[in-house]
Design a protein around this ligand. Sequence first.
Ligand SMILES: Nc1nc2c(c(=O)[nH]1)N[C@H]1C(S)=C(S)[C@@H](COP(=O)(O)O)O[C@H]1N2
Ligand SMILES: [Mo]
Length: 402
Amino acid sequence: MSTKKDEDGVNTGRGGSLRRGALVALPPALPPAAQAEADTSAVTPPPPPGLILREKEPENLEFPFSTLSSFVTPSEQFYIRNHFAMPRLDASAWRLSVEGAVERPFTLGYDELLRMPARTATATLECAGNSRVFLVPKASGTQRELGGAGNAEWTGVPLAALLDRAGVRAGAVEVIFEGADSGEISEEPKSPGVIHFARSLPLAKAWGPQVLLAHRMNGAALPPAHGFPVRALVPGWYGMASVKWLTRIVVTDRPFQGFFQTLQYSYFQQRDGLPTLAPITEAQVKAEIARPAMHEAVRANTAYRMHGAAWTSDSAVTRVEISVDGGRAWAAARLLDAPPAAPGPDAWRLWEYDWRTPPRPGPCTVMARATDARGRTQPMERDPDRLSYMISHVLPIEVEVI
Ligand SMILES: Nc1nc2c(c(=O)[nH]1)N[C@H]1C(S)=C(S)[C@@H](COP(=O)(O)O)O[C@H]1N2
Ligand SMILES: [Mo]
């Protein structure tokens, strides 16, 4: 692989996409030359290529997914999804209140939370509106491509420990997380004046050991943009459930009907032939292609390392398949092993596929499709009942063979 070709933006082989990013995940079968090259780059890692701005106020940014080069997304490259201006909280003044349908309501400070037994797990978060730019006709909302998803190592106190301490009353059904951020939604559907960002979980889910009050991300204190000092972390659910800047936990005896689970982040479920609005919960199985990127130029008749990531919820990705003919024929991609000592079941898998590019120049559409251990697979067509969320149908990536 020559430097010249790289400058042209053409990935001609295995080395090209691996040199970027601080945390380099090496696929198992690298030839010795490429190994040496990657090792050298690890000594002086290039700075991460940053984030793509999608909205200035409130600040919304996505990961440039074509730069995917590591199993763990560096914190400074993790997408940011904000509904209101970002609050800057002081950890020493921060209090978390646990209240509602509990026997012993209490409040807790940062130091006290840090002294409680913690768990660490690697988990993927995807925004329910990720990939919205692919929807035809266009849906309203932030137009993200593939980068509204990331995989990080989270450390925090299981929510169950706080629920135990508070003593959940008989008849309680849900736990509501409220963030410190607030504002007014002025477009239709409008919010009832100033509201906080808030979402709920059914108690059955809330008791699970995976649900954390996270205070660390990738081995450091939570960054301000990702919820400092403490956020909820609900692995396996779309990102909206993982409330940042957490200040209040309310146990309730009825399902929460807040703005962000009725007027936003909801979709139609068909029940007995009746479309019924339901809050968005579990992430859907999905594969994304990092390279080639949309409209990337690839050389005809060469070996190209196609690669990306795939994830699901409450299951494991068992298969990623590639189509290079618009969805007629499919061939298996290789799932890469996660780094040792890493992940929980809710982390994405990186995958790769050795593509022999078409012999002649012209347009070509490539697709990836993931399947999980529960037998769920990505549909080819968009389901309109999902409104502008849960964009998990097979996404066509158009490339130019030159
Ligand atoms: N307090 C608060 N929590 C929040 C949000 C928010 O705007 N405010 N956005 C949610 C949404 S929609 C997503 S996808 C995730 C994104 O988390 P991140 O910004 O750390 O990537 O946070 C969730 N938690
Ligand atoms: Mo989101």
